[in-house]
Write a protein that binds this ligand. Structure first.
Ligand code: SF4
Ligand code: SF4
Length: 98
């Protein structure tokens, strides 16, 4: 990870420190082969749920990881910000409701 990516993670961990785990269970689905590790989702998450990690199996060498799923409040900011359709929130649950 380069310096900027480490800073994105540090900021996310700072955000998480100020939050409590969510009472609602949310399902975070990653489509890892689409993820280029840009960090937009990590940066936009209001609870510090997501982090970047080195990933040798990714062609970009980096990808997002769900580090603290219990903090996810299901706001979908990550899903909206991702330019590559690589992260979805409660997708299966919503499909079942339809
Ligand atoms: S849905 Fe909201 S809280 Fe959950 S990971 Fe995405 S941005 Fe973070
Ligand atoms: S899931 Fe999307 S927004 Fe998040 S790091 Fe991967 S490509 Fe970027």
């Amino acid at each position: 990870m380069d310096r900027e990516e480490k800073q994105i993670n540090e900021a996310a961990l700072e955000v998480r420190k100020k939050k409590q785990p969510s009472k609602k269970g949310n399902a975070i689905e990653l489509v890892s082969h689409y993820c280029k590790g840009c960090g937009l989702c990590v940066d936009s998450c209001p609870t510090g749920t997501l982090l970047l990690e080195d990933n040798v199996s990714s062609k970009f060498g980096i990808s997002v990881m769900v580090d603290a799923p219990e903090y996810c409040i299901g706001c979908k900011m990550c899903e909206r910000r991702c330019p590559d359709f690589a992260i979805f929130i409660n997708h299966e649950m919503e499909k079942e409701k339809q």
